[in-house]
Design a binder for this molecule. Structure first.
Ligand code: G6P
Ligand code: MG
Length: 220
């Protein structure tokens, strides 16, 4: 059976998770709320709108729809200012080599992200050519931890969900991959991502034969 590879974007391929954090931290400050890195873990993988809902909840603030829209728009403007400075040097360590190896081995590759900026970011860091399909915040209606984003990815790759392998840095994303019945590779710390099938600090920590391990049938 054909294996398929699905990569999250923010925090997996590029370190934009940090840019999202900086921009949300400033948005939260409007309500006198300090967004810590720890709380920010709960915003990873979460859509722009749901992120602001969570922040308002934590801050105990309530605002008009107009103000809500203005804040998400401003957050995205600030975020894009950071993104604008990105180049292919901002691809996280080990990612280019691993994804190229997957491609050369002939396995289909999807992006599975909640971001509406996904395509622009992949273009900016010159990685669009590695992906057979892109599933992002423009085609997904149910946010991670709902498995929708990864199930659409699997179907676009023509792979069975159980033959797909997902690379994720977020708690919600690992849960989404698990709910889709896929193998989940957590990128980050065991502390948050203990529910993943495997966890590695980053792509440079992968064992040299990870691709073979994931794609060769085990004989027993
Ligand atoms: C990813 C990130 C989230 C972000 C979401 C929406 O899932 O991990 O932090 O909020 O995408 O991104 P966008 O670029 O559309 O605001
Ligand atoms: Mg992510």
């Amino acid at each position: 059976k054909k294996k398929g590879f699905i990569f999250d974007l923010d925090g997996v391929i590029v370190d934009t998770a940090h840019f999202h954090y900086l921009a949300w931290k400033n948005a939260a400050a409007i309500f006198g709320f300090e967004l810590t890195e720890e709380l920010n873990e709960q915003l990873k993988g979460v859509s722009r709108i749901d992120s602001l809902h969570k922040i308002l909840d934590w801050a105990g603030a309530s605002i008009s729809q107009e103000r809500f829209d203005a804040i998400t728009a401003d957050k995205n403007i600030e975020y894009l200012q950071y993104v604008q400075k990105m180049t292919k040097d901002d691809i996280l360590p080990g990612v280019y080599d691993f994804v190229s190896k997957v491609k050369e081995a002939g396995f289909p590759i999807a992006l599975g992200s909640a971001s509406k900026n996904a395509r622009a970011i992949l273009a900016k860091v010159e990685l669009l050519h590695l992906f057979d399909t892109i599933v992002d915040g423009t085609n997904v209606t149910k946010a991670k931890p709902d498995p929708e984003v990864f199930l659409i990815g699997a179907s676009q790759l023509n792979c069975d969900p159980k033959d797909c392998i997902v690379f994720e840095d977020s708690v919600a994303g690992v849960s989404a991959a698990n709910a889709a019945n896929m193998i989940s590779i957590g990128i980050g710390s065991e502390d948050n991502l203990g529910h993943a099938t495997f966890v590695y600090q980053d792509f440079t920590y992968f064992p040299d034969d990870l691709l073979e391990q994931l794609t060769e049938p085990v004989n027993n």
